[in-house]
Write a protein that binds this ligand. Structure first.
Ligand SMILES: Nc1ncnc2c1ncn2[C@@H]1O[C@H](COP(=O)(O)OP(=O)(O)OP(=O)(O)O)[C@@H](O)[C@H]1O
Ligand SMILES: [Mg+2]
Length: 331
């Protein structure tokens, strides 16, 4: 069959060349080339592709969103703005950007990942260049760890080959099998390229609750010492954070060479949220639903949360996580 097609093609081609003058041939080739470019740009017009039309960093948007939409996370907010904008400014980064976000449930880790994605990809989290892995969903079975390692490597390599500016989010790192993450370690390291693929422009974000208790403890100590929340600095948290993460036997980071080799660029603490932040979340949620924000309703939602420690009732134990559902009862 193949030879037939070739033969027909040759016949057609030679008769075409005969029919066209040299000038005609040039025009024909030119027309084909122009059509190619047009088709490509048309398809990029309608479909997302790895081009600046679809991927370009908007620092103003990130800054505005962090300032206005993320509550109570002054440390995370400033590190993320600096880390992401520094990385995106660098035309030739030596390694991918690797962020590890830590804190109690409902404090904004997924939310921030979404804000980062929205500042880079036109389609935000829906972009085909943004990949979200959830340990309990994608890497569920312990006995399949070897398969997962191979799949993960392939998936990451394939996608970065497709688009250098890819983003990978690993959710629930604390429930990930220790060791799995080591399988992508080479990609996070300082290599110009590995087998012809360079990973330097990609972003990796790890999310976990690990270290959350230590962060909350430090926050509480500040409060007990009469200091304001905003006085807490990264230095107060960073060391205990990376240590507790490293030594957590059950977490995906346990003794991983990712930490040994300093491949994580930033450990980012998320502080536990206070009553007032929960109120802010409720107000923001009403606004997002095109309702007039109502402080009374927000107060009622916030009062339903459980706060710890029991005595002081300072920090919402589920952050803002259930605000959206609770709100449904009042509106
Ligand atoms: N600091 C915050 N500022 C504003 N909104 C927040 C904040 N934290 C949480 N929220 C709201 O609560 C929702 C749930 O938070 P998110 O999913 O980001 O929590 P998480 O830190 O990823 O928790 P988990 O550890 O359980 O995964 C968000 O979609 C957002 O609407
Ligand atoms: Mg989350």
């Amino acid at each position: 069959g193949r030879q037939h097609v070739l033969l027909i093609w040759l016949l057609l081609y030679s008769s075409m060349v005969e029919a066209l003058e040299p000038v005609g041939t040039t025009i024909a080739i030119g027309a084909v080339a122009v059509t190619g470019v047009l088709v490509r740009s048309m398809s990029c017009y309608f479909n997302e592709c790895c081009q600046p039309e679809w991927i370009s960093f908007n620092i103003t948007k990130l800054e505005r969103n962090l300032d206005n939409k993320l509550f109570g996370q002054h440390i995370a907010s400033s590190i993320i703005l600096n880390a992401v904008s520094g990385f995106m400014r660098n035309r030739n980064p030596k390694k991918p950007l690797v962020l590890s976000l830590h804190g109690w449930t409902g404090t904004g880790k997924n939310f921030v990942s979404q804000l980062i994605a929205e500042s880079i990809y036109k389609k935000g989290m829906k972009s085909r260049f943004v990949h979200l892995f959830t340990s309990t969903l994608h890497f569920q079975h312990k006995h399949r760890i070897d398969t997962y390692e191979a799949q993960l490597q392939q998936w990451v390599r394939g996608n970065v080959t497709d688009c250098e500016l890819s983003m990978f989010i690993f959710d629930e790192m604390d429930k990930m099998h220790p060791g799995l993450i080591d399988s992508i370690k080479p990609y996070l390291d300082y290599y110009d390229n590995l087998d012809g693929v360079s990973y330097g422009k990609s972003i990796f974000i790890f999310l976990s609750n690990e270290g959350g208790d230590n962060i909350a403890k430090t926050a509480l100590e500040f409060w007990q010492a009469g200091k304001s929340r905003e006085e807490i600095e990264l230095d107060d948290l960073e060391n205990t954070l990376s240590l507790s993460v490293y030594n957590n036997k059950n977490g995906g980071f346990f003794r991983t060479s990712l930490i040994d080799k300093n491949l994580v660029d930033f450990f980012i603490p998320f502080l536990p949220l206070e009553y007032e932040h929960v109120v802010q979340c409720a107000m923001a949620e009403m606004e997002a639903r095109n309702l007039r924000p109502n402080r009374d309703v927000a107060d009622r939602v916030a009062k339903e949360m459980i706060y710890t420690p029991k005595l002081d009732r300072l920090y919402s134990s589920t952050g803002c996580k259930t605000v959206q559902n609770k709100l449904n009862f009042y509106i």
